[in-house]
Design a protein around this ligand. Structure first.
Ligand code: 2AL
Length: 243
């Protein structure tokens, strides 16, 4: 089984961390192909970054379709391009935010999301509504760590995230923490030990979900809005992405 895990930002060291987190939840017969696109933003911290990341992401999905990929994971907490990717992929496409939030609902009646910058809060809030988990999500919190600071061993990213998680458990009435950035994928075990509650990393949750769906013989519905995009000409810079 081949699962392609796409980090839609272009930070290769983060992609390696994400690939390791994905491999850690897979059976030996699963091949994880962890990639980041050739073009796009170094990190995704807003609506514009998300929009700009989507073309590179779609290119990786399209390549995956000729690489025999069985399922895809979109490894960015805003789940950029998720619905579009489901239109062009044969197999399941799982976003880390959706997978993490749904997984949290199995484990606690309430969860808090701890994400990076304050300006990304609204992206996560929109997804809480989109995925229908508003009654479980007690609060979305930011710890004002830039995404690339997670890659810097000299930053105090871990301490800031730990502090925000502790505040969440004290103040929000939550029984679980959802990590709000794919770049936090290597932190969940340590946080879980220190906090004593389930800490859900979306990369692990999405990869485990993708693996399970393939084993169960399930895929994305091609009836309705996830059907293949309609064939038409695309003009100018995006001509190569025409369906
Ligand atoms: C993210 C993420 O998961 N990767 C990235 O570049 N930006 N999202 C976030 N809220 O920090």
């Amino acid at each position: 089984m081949k699962i392609k895990v796409i980090n839609p930002n272009t930070s290769w060291s983060m992609t390696q961390t994400i690939g390791e987190a994905a491999r850690s939840v897979c059976a030996p017969d699963v091949q994880i192909i962890a990639v980041s696109p050739d073009h796009g933003p170094a990190s995704i911290e807003g609506h514009y970054d998300e929009a700009m990341a989507c073309l590179g992401l779609m290119e990786e999905i399209r390549k995956g379709e000729s690489q025999g990929v069985d399922a895809y994971v979109i490894a960015c907490f805003g789940d950029p391009g998720l619905d579009a990717a489901r239109e062009i992929a044969r197999g399941p496409v799982i976003g880390v935010a959706e997978a993490a939030m749904r997984t949290a609902c199995y484990l606690a009646t309430g969860f808090s999301v701890v994400t990076t910058l304050t300006r990304t809060l609204v992206i996560a809030e929109h997804l809480v509504n989109k995925y229908g988990v508003r009654s479980h999500c007690r609060r979305v919190r930011a710890c004002d760590i830039a995404v690339l600071e997670l890659e810097d061993p000299n930053s105090h990213a871990y301490a800031s995230i730990l502090r925000e998680c502790q505040q969440a458990l004290l103040e929000d009435g939550s029984g679980a923490i959802v990590l709000g950035c794919a770049g936090m994928a290597d932190l969940y075990e340590r946080l879980q030990l220190q906090l004593g509650v389930p800490v859900i990393d979306g990369v692990a949750a999405a990869t485990a979900t993708a693996q399970g769906l393939i084993r169960a013989g399930l895929s994305t519905s091609k009836l309705g809005d996830y059907a293949k995009p309609l064939a038409k000409n695309y003009k100018g810079m995006v001509a190569a992405w025409a369906p």
